[in-house]
Design a protein around this ligand. Structure first.
Ligand SMILES: C[S@@+](CC[C@H](N)C(=O)[O-])C[C@H]1O[C@@H](n2cnc3c(N)ncnc32)[C@H](O)[C@@H]1O
Length: 425
C-alpha cells in the first residue's frame, strides 16, 4: 500500500501520481486527490494502483449521481463535477497535442453537453450470470457484465426497452444463450427506437426471437445478427430498421447497423464546426463518411462531394439521404478509404474531411491524403492519442493546424471529440 497525491489526469480516466519517483497510474484517480493505493500491477516500468482509500478528494470531486459507479466501467468521470470534467479534458487534449508538436497557443475550450440522456446509440453486453442473464456494460477492467437497471446516458425509453428485452430473453433461456448483446438506436426526436440483437444466432433462432417485440412496446424495429455459411447478416424481425435525425434542416436516415454519432445535443454543433472549417467552393472528399452526416450538409451548401465508406448498410443510407435531398453532386462509394482514394482523381483545390474510427487513420492513409496535396484537411477524431500520432505525421508531410475545436460528445467518459483543420505549411 502506498500513499500518493494525483498530480494530473491523463487519457483513459487515469490519475498520474508518483511514489518515490516512480509513476503510478490510478484508474479513477482525479487531480488533487490524496489516495491510499494498492499496487495492482507493475509492467513496462509503469505501476498501476487501485484506490484503497480516498484520503482527501481533489477540487470538483462529488458523489456520483449513478449507483453503479465505481463498479461499472462506463463512466470514469462521474465522480467529477461536469465543469471540472471539461477543464480536465481540455488539459489532456492540449498536452496530447503539444506532445505531437501541435503547440496550440489559442483557446481550446471543450464545448459541453447536457450530462444525462445524451446517447442516441448504445451497445449493452449480455452475459449469463450464476442466477440470471445480465444486460449492461462491462465492469471496470473486466469482461463481467454489470446488470444495469438504468443507465443515465440513455433516455427513459431506451432504458425501458433494454429491461423489456432482458425480461423477454430471460423467458427464452435456450435462445438467449446465443445473444451476446443488444444495440439500440433512437431517433434524435425520440420518435423511433430500433434494437439489434448481437448474435451469432442461427436463422431459426432469430425467428424464435421475433416475438420479443411484443414485450417491448417502445420499439419501432427489431433485428438480429444471424450467422450462416460463414457470413454474418442483419435479419429484420419486426418493424423498421431505421431511425432519423434532423440536422440543420436536413433529415438523415440511419440503419441500426450504420454508424451514427451518439450525442443528440451536440450533433448540430459538430456538423456546424466541420462544415465551417471547410471553405466553400472546391470539391470535397469525405473519408469514413458514415451515412453522410458531413457530406449531405456540405452538398446542400453547393459543394461537390465524394464520400468513401466501408459499411455497405451505411452507404445505402448515405445514398438514400443524397437522393432524398436531391443532391446529385453528392456521391458515395462503398470502399476502403485507401483503395477508394486511389480510384478518385486528384482535383484542384480539393478539400479532405476525414473522421476515422478510434484507431485513427494510420500512416498509410495519412500518406495517401497528404500525397493528394489538398488545399485543406479537416480531421475529426474521438481519440486524442491517435489524432496526435496522425497530426505528427501530417506535420512531417508539410501540413500545419490552423484551427482546433473540441466538443464533449461523451460526457462522464474519457472520450473527447476534436476537430482540427490543417493547411499546407
Ligand atoms: C467515426 S465513424 C464516422 C462516420 C461519419 N463521418 C459520421 O460522423 O457520422 C467512422 C466510419 O468509418 C467507417 N470505416 C471504418 N474503417 C473504414 C475504412 N477502412 N474505409 C472506409 N470506411 C471505414 C465506419 O464504418 C464508420 O462509418
Amino acid at each position: 500500500m502506498v500513499e500518493v497525491a494525483v498530480e494530473k489526469g491523463v487519457y483513459r480516466g487515469l490519475g498520474l501520481a508518483r511514489h518515490e519517483g516512480q509513476v503510478v497510474f490510478v484508474p479513477r484517480g482525479l487531480p488533487g486527490d490524496r489516495i491510499r493505493a494498492r499496487i495492482e500491477s507493475v509492467s513496462r516500468g509503469y505501476v498501476r494502483g487501485g484506490i484503497e482509500t480516498l484520503l482527501e478528494g481533489g477540487p470538483g470531486r462529488r458523489p456520483s449521481p449513478c449507483p453503479y459507479v465505481p463498479r461499472c466501467g462506463g463512466c470514469v468521470y462521474q465522480e467529477l463535477s461536469y465543469a471540472e470534467q471539461l477543464r480536465l479534458k481540455e488539459a489532456i487534449l492540449r498536452e496530447t497535442l503539444v506532445r505531437a508538436g501541435v503547440a496550440w497557443e489559442g483557446d481550446l475550450p471543450v464545448a459541453g453537453s447536457p450530462e444525462m440522456g445524451w446517447r442516441m446509440r448504445c451497445s449493452f453486453h449480455a452475459e449469463q450470470g450464476e442466477e440470471d442473464l445480465r444486460l449492461g456494460l462491462h465492469e471496470e477492467a473486466s469482461h463481467r457484465v454489470v446488470d444495469l437497471e438504468r443507465c443515465l446516458q440513455i433516455s427513459e425509453r431506451m432504458n425501458r426497452a433494454m429491461r423489456d428485452l432482458l425480461t423477454g430473453l430471460r423467458g427464452r433461456p435456450g435462445i438467449a444463450r446465443t445473444v451476446r448483446g443488444v444495440d439500440l438506436a433512437e431517433s434524435l426526436d425520440g420518435s423511433r427506437l430500433v434494437a439489434c440483437l448481437e448474435g451469432p444466432v442461427t436463422a431459426g433462432e432469430a425467428a424464435g426471437l421475433a416475438a420479443l417485440d411484443r414485450g417491448a412496446p417502445g420499439l419501432t424495429g427489431l433485428g438480429a445478427m444471424a450467422e450462416g455459411r460463414g457470413r454474418r447478416r442483419f435479419v429484420l424481425l419486426s418493424g423498421e430498421p431505421h431511425v432519423h435525425a434532423e440536422v440543420r434542416g436536413l433529415r438523415l436516415r440511419s440503419h441500426v447497423r450504420s454508424f451514427f454519432q451518439a450525442n443528440r445535443f451536440l450533433l448540430g454543433r459538430l456538423v456546424d464546426e466541420v462544415v465551417g472549417h471547410v471553405d466553400p467552393g472546391g470539391p470535397v472528399l469525405d473519408l469514413y463518411a458514415g451515412v453522410g452526416l458531413f457530406a449531405i450538409p456540405l452538398g446542400a451548401r453547393g459543394d461537390r462531394v465524394v464520400g468513401l465508406e466501408l459499411n455497405a448498410t451505411a452507404v445505402e443510407d448515405a445514398a438514400h439521404n443524397a437522393r432524398a435531398h436531391r443532391l446529385e453532386h453528392v456521391r458515395f462509394r462503398c470502399a476502403d478509404v485507401l483503395a477508394g482514394m486511389a480510384q478518385c482523381h486528384v482535383q484542384p483545390e480539393e478539400r479532405i474531411v476525414l473522421d476515422p474510427p478510434r484507431t485513427g487513420a494510420g500512416p498509410a492513409v495519412v500518406d495517401a491524403v497528404a500525397a493528394r496535396r489538398p488545399a485543406a484537411i479537416v480531421y475529426v477524431s474521438c481519440d486524442p492519442p491517435t489524432l496526435a500520432r496522425d497530426l505528427q505525421r501530417l506535420r512531417g508531410l508539410g501540413y500545419r493546424a490552423d484551427a482546433v475545436s473540441a466538443l464533449d460528445l461523451f460526457p462522464d467518459t474519457f472520450h473527447v471529440e476534436t476537430i482540427v483543420r490543417l493547411r499546407p505549411a
